[in-house]
Design a protein around this ligand. Structure first.
Ligand code: TYM
Length: 334
């Protein structure tokens, strides 16, 4: 059976992009593959944050993942820092990656620019190497992620291939499993539809958080930026370059209700109905997740127990891969 690995950062509130681009595919993949899913708390240390918040948000994220439908009987769910091999393998891979290739990572460039390049943490620069270690430790064949992680996956493949060529066959070379067109691979900000919906956006107005109440969702979706084309045949069409706002709403509806964005567009002539249908679809999508979250959050001990069992299982697999890598690169065994 194919192996799947993916991760999500615990920082910032999870949003619709995370769910449509990644989490719902995780739920689907656990039924078909041997799936490992991870709350990547070490990645959260790459930008400034409050230590107390981090442990809380790690538990919140794990609870939310269960609320989304991850089933501990079907997948291994754990916290990255609970399995020390992630950090251990990162060092070996850092001695495989080059400064040049990491400097070309667009996420590093964006984030470093926002916070000032001089003060960017070394961990932010090395971020994609930790991500490669996450994936390679589990011999993952498939990595379900949104479109924004494409470049990181390419780097992971390059590192695995370089290592295998240099030190002998050690790692499985993984493939990105990015949702198909109309599947939510790149959900855009409702206010700035040229930019992806992102936890690090300056304003919340264009982001639908999974914990938003129905009123806020309705307000955000109804205020989504579209354009000034008059209503009528052809005004509502799938055309991301010319009509990014409208195309994003069509993508949302297609991703939630099924069908292609073009098919969805055929049902509309004006923006008001498109927006109210999109708002309704999002509200019905998040309502059961929120209810389930509230139930699960009553018993944090049970969530911690799932994470502890997950870490034990993950560690068994990670230990074997790390041992292979350690020996291939010539480190003396203990
Ligand atoms: P993170 O925490 O930013 O996002 C988690 C997942 O959500 C997807 N995503 C989106 N999909 C569609 N539209 C959007 N607007 C949108 N925004 C986010 C992301 O692509 C991701 O799949 N580096 C990763 C975490 C990570 C990881 C890994 C992933 C660490 N190690 C190993 C896979 C494998 C990240 O920051 O995701």
């Amino acid at each position: 059976m194919k192996r799947v690995f993916s991760g999500i950062q615990p920082t910032g509130e999870p949003h619709l992009g995370n769910y449509l681009g990644a989490l719902r595919w995780w739920v689907d993949f656990q039924r078909r593959y041997d799936a490992f899913y991870c709350v990547v708390d070490l990645h959260a240390l790459t930008i400034p944050g409050d230590p107390e918040e981090l442990s809380k948000s790690t538990l919140t994220m794990a609870t939310l993942l269960l609320a989304c439908g991850l089933d501990p009987d079907r997948c291994t769910l754990f916290v990255q820092s609970h399995v020390h091999y992630h950090a251990d393998l990162t060092w070996l891979l850092e001695c495989t990656a080059s400064m040049g290739e990491l400097s070309r990572m667009t996420q590093f460039k964006d984030k470093a620019q926002k916070g000032g390049e001089e003060s960017a943490r070394v961990g932010l620069f090395a971020y994609p190497v930790l991500m490669a270690a996450d994936i390679l430790l589990y011999d993952a064949d498939l990595v379900p992620v949104g479109d924004d992680q494409r470049q990181h996956l390419e780097l992971t493949r390059n590192l695995a291939e370089r290592w295998n060529a240099r030190y002998g066959q050690t790692f499985t070379v993984p493939e990105a499993a990015i949702p198909p067109r109309g599947g939510g691979a790149r959900v855009m900000d409702l206010q700035e539809p040229e930019h992806k919906m992102s936890k690090s956006a300056i304003s919340d107005a264009g982001i639908v958080f999974l914990f938003d109440d129905p009123k806020s969702i309705e307000r955000k979706v109804k205020r989504a930026v579209t354009d000034l084309d008059p209503p009528g045949p052809g005004a509502v069409r799938w055309d991301p370059a010319a009509k990014p706002g409208v195309s994003n709403l069509l993508e949302l509806l297609a991703a939630i209700n099924g069908g292609s964005p073009e098919e969805v567009a055929r049902g509309y002539e004006g923006y008001a109905k498109l927006k109210s249908d999109a708002a309704d679809a999002v509200i019905s999508l998040v309502r059961p997740l929120q209810e389930r979250y509230r139930e699960l959050a009553q018993d944090p001990g049970a969530v911690q127990a799932v994470l502890a069992a997950g870490a034990r299982k993950a560690e068994e697999v990670a230990a074997m891969t790390y041992e292979r890598a350690r020996s291939a690169i010539g480190l003396l065994g203990s």
